[in-house]
Design a protein around this ligand. Structure first.
Ligand code: SF4
Length: 458
């Protein structure tokens, strides 16, 4: 009987996609996926340390490990950012941990599991590797509608708060031919929406086609048969060029949504963060984007309570938020990440109480803005790609507009994976509600969801 594996994933979309690729590698090695950890002979905990107290979370998880199917403890592998950061120390502190596999050594997991079985265990690999690619088409995608495709791994920017350049290593561009082939495979499997991933996705320069930048890559992906929507994350504001804005405007499959992380509305704080743009440059960029694409939805990331952030700096974040009117926002209280320049050079001097006051105030403002933006959609008809059942009611489905707004509506489950038009009747700060317009549903394409990948998103 084949051995079974279970993957538990923390963190961002990049980590979720790494788990999909790990799942595919384990399938190729003869394992079978299970969605029940107690049935697993191998448990993989794929960790993230960008935005959470991942270590604490990992140890909680390790304390709750089930006994395997034969009454034996399963093999436990910790992969991802915390593995990269902690290395051998994880074996000592987490006594149930058998293998530690860093972010750049992920594709070695099956070989390392084998080495355990053969009694010659290689228990830790956190080495840097230049080639971090996976075999083409290996990903065991968990979402039947949308498919992530990595275009860049790592980052060279070293923003002072960010752990990514330390955990994921230097920036490596994937050949454009490979990306296009993988998009083709995903589209043939029935995935209608392609999500291009990179730490600074719009810094892309193809290593295999001279002059092929991110805009050219969008054009190439746009031509792949079966692709109906294209999203990407995350771009850096300083690499959003007029050419990129024009591509977004002119390519109809590119969604009318841009995630544009700002992090702070104060130029003083942005300088300390090493973001390499000012408040004014960011606001000018937003104006240029909206002039070219008036219906675009812009979302962002913000950190409050960064070292040295004064009340005045924070108020600049509030005023920038009001000025931009973001469609959505991920906001976080600053906390130190190991090895980062901020943790070494800057004092974490905003009190916990003050950070809480600031985030409550920012999130309150953002909620008001979102409620106002959403209320303006009432009475309109929007097109959504139906991608899930509603979180609140089983009889409801949910889809996303091109601008990434969630729309809930009653409809039969067999339209999952279809495009449909919905008349908006009600709005809230986080989503819209409406009625399916009969006769507007497109034919569904099929893709099989991979069930074994458990995702805890941020
Ligand atoms: S651009 Fe800055 S925030 Fe983004 S991954 Fe690179 S270092 Fe981190």
């Amino acid at each position: 009987m084949p051995k079974k594996y279970y993957i538990d994933t923390f963190g961002c979309q990049m980590n979720v996609h790494d788990s999909e690729r790990l799942g595919g590698l384990l399938d190729q090695a003869g394992y079978e996926a299970t969605s029940q950890p107690e049935d697993a002979d191998l448990i993989v905990i794929n960790t993230c340390s960008v935005r959470e107290r991942a270590e604490e979370r990992l140890y909680t998880e390790l304390g709750m490990l089930p006994v395997g199917p034969s009454g034996q403890k399963p093999i436990v592998a910790v992969t991802g950012c915390v593995a990269q950061q902690e290395g051998e120390a994880l074996l000592k502190r987490g006594q149930d941990v058998d293998l530690v596999v860093g972010t750049q050594a992920l594709s070695r997991l099956p070989a390392m599991v084998d080495s355990l079985a053969q009694g010659t265990p290689e228990r830790v690999d956190i080495n840097p590797y230049d080639n971090v690619s996976f075999p083409l088409g290996v990903a065991r995608r968990h979402d039947p509608v949308k498919a992530s495709v990595t275009v860049i791994e790592g980052c060279n920017d070293f923003c002072t708060f960010c752990v990514v350049p330390y955990t994921r290593g230097h920036e490596r561009m994937r050949p454009a031919h490979e990306i296009v082939k993988e998009v083709g495979i995903a589209a043939r499997e029935g995935h209608r929406e392609i999500h291009l991933l990179g730490q600074i996705v719009n810094h892309y320069q193809a290593p295999d086609i001279a002059g092929c930048d991110f805009s050219s890559l969008l054009e190439l992906v746009h031509e792949v048969p079966g692709v109906e929507r294209i999203r990407f994350s995350s771009p850096h504001p300083r690499h959003v060029t007029p050419r990129m804005i024009a591509s977004m405007r002119d390519l109809p499959k590119v969604c009318r949504h841009l995630h544009l992380p700002v992090q702070s509305g104060s130029t003083t704080v942005l300088t300390r963060m090493r973001r390499r743009h000012t408040r004014e440059e960011y606001l000018d960029l937003v104006d240029n984007i909206r002039e070219a694409i008036p219906d675009i939805a812009i979302s962002t990331d913000v950190i409050v309570g960064f070292p040295g952030e004064t009340v005045k700096d924070f108020e600049e974040t509030l005023s920038l938020t009001r000025a931009v009117r973001y469609h959505s926002m991920f906001s976080f209280k600053y906390s130190e990440r190991p090895n980062t320049l901020a943790s070494k050079r800057l004092q974490d001097d905003v009190t916990a109480k003050e950070k809480t006051r600031r985030i409550v105030s920012l999130q309150g403002l953002q909620k008001e803005l979102q409620a106002d933006i959403h209320s303006r959609s009432i009475g309109s008809t929007v097109e959504v790609l139906v991608d899930s059942t509603s979180r609140r009611r089983d009889s409801e489905l949910a889809g996303r507009t091109s601008g990434n707004t969630v729309v809930n509506f009653a409809a039969p489950k067999d339209i999952l994976g279809c495009f449909a038009k919905v008349k908006i009747t009600k709005s809230g700060p986080f989503s819209l509600y409406g009625q399916l317009v009969q006769g507007t549903t497109t034919v569904r394409k099929t893709a099989t969801p991979a069930e074994a990948i458990q995702v805890h998103s941020r």
